[in-house]
Design a protein around this ligand. Structure first.
Ligand SMILES: [Cu+2]
Length: 68
């Protein structure tokens, strides 16, 4: 089953930030799709139910950003 998890990542400021965050999440097992809207700072992740939300958050933190 595919689940949808959403975060705000307020410290993304440009397309490079978006790329960093996007790529760090895409590396995770079970992640199907990542959608990021720079203007609203919304990050939407479609992933298998086995992928833990903590894992996604951790990937964002490791890429240097702060999920809210
Ligand atoms: Cu940037």
């Amino acid at each position: 089953m595919i689940e949808k998890t959403e975060f705000k990542v307020l410290d993304m400021h440009c397309v490079h930030c978006v790329k960093h965050v996007e790529e760090s999440i895409k590396k995770l097992k079970g992640v199907k799709k990542v959608k990021i809207d720079l203007e609203s700072k919304n990050v939407t992740v479609y992933h298998k139910d086995k992928t833990k939300v903590e894992e996604i958050k951790e990937a964002i933190v490791l890429s240097g950003y702060t999920p809210e």
